[in-house]
Structure formats: C-alpha cells, structure tokens
Ligand binder design. Structure first.
Ligand SMILES: *[C@@H]1O[C@H](CO)[C@@H](O)[C@H](O)[C@H]1NC(C)=O
Ligand SMILES: *[C@@H]1O[C@H](CO)[C@@H](O)[C@H](O)[C@H]1NC(C)=O
Ligand SMILES: *[C@@H]1O[C@H](CO)[C@@H](O)[C@H](O)[C@H]1NC(C)=O
Ligand SMILES: *[C@@H]1O[C@H](CO)[C@@H](O)[C@H](O)[C@H]1NC(C)=O
Ligand SMILES: *[C@@H]1O[C@H](CO)[C@@H](O)[C@H](O)[C@H]1NC(C)=O
Ligand SMILES: *[C@@H]1O[C@H](CO)[C@@H](O)[C@H](O)[C@H]1NC(C)=O
Length: 492
C-alpha cells in the first residue's frame, strides 16, 4: 500500500541503529538519478545511548534528540563486534565478522576474506557521488590505508589535520604541564592548530554539502566523528553542563560475582593514559577511585554534548541548503553499550539501499566468500511507516521473533594485557552472543585463528542474563540453566 502523504508533503522517518536516527524525505522509490534521495550517514565513535532521546535525564543532546523526534529510533540495536575496525568493516560491507574475518585491525577484507562490496561502493556504482569525512572506515591496514579507496569513494577521503594530536600531550594538568590524559577538557584557542578534529570534519562536510547543492548526481556523504571515544578531548566549556556534584556513579560499579573471567574487559587502553597511570589502579580488576569515576562520567557526557553541537551544525547546514527534504539521514555508533525491536548494524546496508530506492542486494549464500554483493543483514524497510509519525506512531512488529548476534575474541581465559584487542594469531576463544528481547546468552568457545573455526563443543564459559529481572546484566544465570542446549537451538 503506498504511503499517505502528510505535513508539508514531506515524510520524516527515522532509522536508528545502535544510537541511530534516519530522516527520510521525498519519494520512497527513486529510479532516476534526478529524483534520487541523498544519504547522510553519521557515524559516531563509541557512543552508547547516553542521549536524551534514549531517556537519559542528565545528558544534554538537543540536536540529536531533535533528529530522533522525527526519525525511527531503534531501542535495541547491536553492533556485531564492539571494536572499531571489525564493527565498521562489518556494517559497511553488511557482513558479519566471521565473514569479513576481521576481528582485529590487521587485515584488509578484499585480500583476506572476499572482495565484498561496501555500502558507499554500491551507491557509487548506482550513480551517487560518495564522500568520506573523518573516521568512517577505521584508518590503517583494515581499509588498505586508503579508507577503501578507490572502491568506496568518488574522491579521496578527508581526514582532519588536527586528529594527529588526539593522543599527544595537549591536556593541561593541575601541575600546569601538558599531558596525554584520559580527561582532557581544552581551551580550543590553546591547542595545536587552534581546532579539534570533529570541528574540522563538520566544516569540511558542510563545504561538501554546499558543493553538492548544485550537483546533478545524488550524494552519499559519510561523516565519522571521533568523540566520545577516549581520550575525552573536548572544549572545556562543555564541562560546565555537568557539575561533578550532579554526576551519579554507575548503578552497578562492582565486578559481578558470577562474571566469568574471560568476559571481563581489563580496559588496558584507559590505563595507558598519564592521569590514569598516576592512580596506580590494580590490574585487572581495579577498582577506580570513586572521585575519578565521577570525572570519567562527567567528561564522557561533556564529550557527547560537544559531539551533539557538531551534529547540530551539520544538520542546520543541510536545512539551510534545502537539502533536508531529499536526504536520508542515518545516525549510528560503531559500538558502545546499546539498550521495541532488536536490530543489527549489519542490516544498515540493505536498509539504506531499500530506502534510497536501489535494488536491495540479495541474501548471502553460505558460505559467501566468493560473492561480492550480497547481504547478511535484514532489510528493515518494513519498520518505516510512510506517514506522519505523530499521528500514527511506529508500531513494533513481533519482537520475539528477532535475535541479534554479536561476537568478541579473547586471547585467554583470564584477563591479560591484550584481552580487549587481541591480534588474530592470539585469539584462542570467541564469545558468541545471542540477544533476544528477553535475554542475553553468551558462550565462550575455543577458536582456531588459522582455520577461522569456532569449536562449540569446547565451551570455556557461559553467560545468561534475563532482561526483565536483571536489565544491567549483573546476575549470570548460566549455571542454573541448560545453557548449551539453548544455544544450539538458536545459532544461525
Ligand atoms: C522508474 O523507471 C521506469 C522506467 O523508466 C518508469 O516506468 C517508472 O515509473 C519509474 N518509477 C519511479 C518510481 O520513478
Ligand atoms: C574487486 O571489486 C572491485 C569493485 O567491483 C573490482 O574493481 C575489482 O576488480 C575486484 N577485484 C578482484 C580481485 O576481483
Ligand atoms: C591496497 O593498496 C595498495 C597500495 O596503494 C595497492 O597497490 C593495492 O592494489 C590495494 N589493494 C587492493 C585490493 O586494491
Ligand atoms: C545540578 O543539580 C541541582 C540539584 O538537583 C539542580 O538544581 C541543577 O540544575 C543541576 N545542574 C545542572 C547543570 O544540571
Ligand atoms: C601501586 O600499588 C601497589 C600495590 O597495589 C603498591 O605495591 C605500589 O607501591 C604502588 N605504587 C605507587 C607508586 O603508589
Ligand atoms: C525541497 O525543498 C526545496 C525548498 O523548499 C524545494 O525547492 C525542493 O523542490 C524540495 N525537494 C523535494 C525533493 O521535495
């Protein structure tokens, strides 16, 4: 049934994946380049749903909230692996990490796994001008040191010149000296080049939008923001939004009793920062002093608000250029903890293709290493109601039918220095998780990195949490359940 038209003749819809919002205007199907919809894909690094639109009472995120208010907001969106490079390669190719064979940062899928098409590549091949600004692909080997150019992009990707200072000594400490700190509120006039990467990316993206205003071809613009990824290097005025006395601690700061050691993340990347080193926190379990916990949370929230202002500038420019009614906006994070329906980031590819009126790539056969264009995710088009959302709120389908999968590699059963980010050759164990609307179920099984084979009869540990009674996942019920049987039933 064709969608009824309401309002200003525009359709504002949303796709929110992981922390995502999509606004869609104009036609739902466009098969000539002149009336094709543009795509603006905003990717935020390490954003969890600490946003007003996800019910967070403390965090100030008015711009993202406004986008969400006329978007489809997914409440349960899951990354396929919560590490930058594997997550991005997964959702940008629409394939799971077991297909891209990227669990670390050290290989390029086109030579290592298969010559898989990416979302921007597909749009480019369908007549779009495709552009990358900031951190879209993870830089380095995993995108062949070129952000997958020339395949994905119409011209070379842009990287902000000031990103090279992110991990350097630019944070003024109480001693008056500059340090490479975790907590890094800065006076922007005072830092090298007098700017920050995300500000530069916004400016570049706006310039590209201005150019595309008169373009005969539709565009696909991906903008990748660095914050709130650590270090928390942000304009210091944002700290004032979050007085320390107003910052609560995490509701469950203790390591849960029933947590198997293999599941624990020793957050080694945080420990390397000078201000954290100075705390002499014991490895691997801590604890972090309570005052410092508050400061970490304060700076995370301040970084989110800073990011929000950048998103606001970008979206205002889209409005000012009168491109908002012809542009699909998808807003997502690569990972971060995610909290209607379960969706997976691997579904972004078919969904964006469908929304733009392009042919949705076919489902992947198993195995699919030889197939360049196919999808492992779902086309989520049916979630979009093509009508005014206020009059006809989005009605979820039957969420119980849905399952989201993710995975995480480990080098050992006990937390060690490389537990958060093991290289492929060091991976000994793979954690596979199933999330349904009712529970999260994980098995940690033996893994052979030479053969890329998981051995499901070699179970190292398990986790089972019930969402209703234990939303924060602090009470592992695995040993009380018939664990393995359930998993066998649910594996894809
Ligand atoms: C798509 O193109 C075909 C053939 O050019 C045309 O018949 C059809 O109406 C077009 N559909 C839309 C939605 O523009
Ligand atoms: C991989 O795909 C790209 C884009 O379609 C194509 O240009 C290239 O020739 C392919 N490479 C191989 C080795 O098949
Ligand atoms: C990766 O980059 C190198 C150097 O630019 C290039 O020679 C090679 O062809 C690229 N790999 C692929 C698969 O395109
Ligand atoms: C901090 O908390 C106090 C007391 O609840 C409140 O009045 C004040 O508005 C809060 N400040 C901010 C910046 O949220
Ligand atoms: C760090 O802590 C360890 C034990 O927790 C202690 O032995 C050591 O002296 C501490 N070092 C410093 C510099 O405080
Ligand atoms: C979008 O809005 C502008 C200005 O209001 C208008 O000129 C343009 O035709 C609209 N485009 C679409 C696809 O509706």
């Amino acid at each position: 049934m064709p969608p009824p038209r309401t309002g200003r003749g525009l359709l504002w819809l949303g796709l929110v994946l992981s922390s995502v919002c999509v606004a869609l205007g104009s036609e739902t199907q466009a098969n000539s380049t002149t009336d094709a919809l543009n795509v603006l894909l905003i990717i935020v690094d390490d954003l969890r749903p600490s946003l007003g639109c996800y019910g967070d009472k403390l965090v100030r995120s008015p711009n993202i909230d406004q986008l969400a208010s006329h978007s489809l907001l997914f409440q349960n969106a899951f990354a396929q692996q919560a590490v930058c490079a594997p997550s991005r390669v997964s959702f940008l190719t629409g394939r799971r990490p077991d297909t891209t064979r990227l669990y670390d940062f050290n290989s390029y899928w086109r030579v290592h796994a298969g010559n898989f098409s990416t979302i921007p590549q597909y749009f480019k091949e369908n007549g779009y001008v495709t552009m990358s600004v900031g951190k879209v692909f993870h830089p380095g080997i995993s995108s062949n040191h070129t952000d997958d150019s020339p395949y994905s992009w119409s011209f070379p990707p842009y990287h902000p010149s000031s990103e090279k200072y992110e991990n350097t000594k630019t944070c003024r400490g109480p001693d008056g000296e500059l340090h490479a700190n975790l907590l890094c509120p800065v006076d922007v006039l005072d830092v090298p080049e007098g700017t920050l990467p995300d500000k530069q990316s916004t400016e570049q993206a706006i310039q590209l939008l201005e150019k595309m205003k008169t373009s005969a071809s539709p565009f696909f613009l991906a903008v990748g923001y660095h914050k709130p990824h650590i270090p928390f290097r942000y304009p210091k005025e944002f700290q004032k939004l979050y007085p320390l006395e107003n910052i609560t601690l995490a509701p469950d700061p203790e390591v849960p009793d029933g947590l198997p050691p293999v599941a624990y993340n020793p957050w080694m990347d945080i420990r390397q920062r000078e201000d954290v080193q100075a705390l002499n926190i014991s490895v691997p379990y801590g604890p972090i002093p309570v005052d410092f916990q508050r400061k970490i949370r304060q700076s995370y929230f301040a970084s989110v608000s800073y990011l929000d202002t950048q998103v606001g500038r970008l979206l205002s420019a889209l409005d000012d250029l009168q491109l908002a009614n012809s542009t699909i906006i998808a807003f997502t994070s690569d990972h971060g903890r995610q909290s209607m329906d379960l969706v997976e980031l691997v579904s972004l590819f078919p969904t964006l293709a469908g929304l733009a009126g392009l042919q949705v790539p076919p489902r992947c056969p198993v195995p699919s290493f030889h197939v360049e264009l196919c999808r492992e995710g779902k086309n989520l088009l049916k979630h979009f109601r093509f009508r005014d959302l206020e009059e006809d709120p989005y009605l979820p389908g039957n969420p119980r039918e849905l399952i989201a999968y993710s995975q995480y590699p480990r080098p050992a059963d006990i937390p060690q220095w490389n537990s958060d980010k093991p290289s492929l050759k060091d991976i000994k164990i793979m954690g596979y998780s199933i999330r349904t609307i009712d529970y999260r179920y994980t098995v940690w099984v033996g893994f052979n990195p030479d053969e890329f084979l998981a051995n499901f009869s070699d179970i190292h540990a398990g986790e089972l949490y019930f969402v209703d009674s234990d939303p924060l996942q602090d009470h592992n019920m695995y040993n009380d359940s018939q664990g393995g049987d359930l998993f066998q039933l649910l594996m894809p």
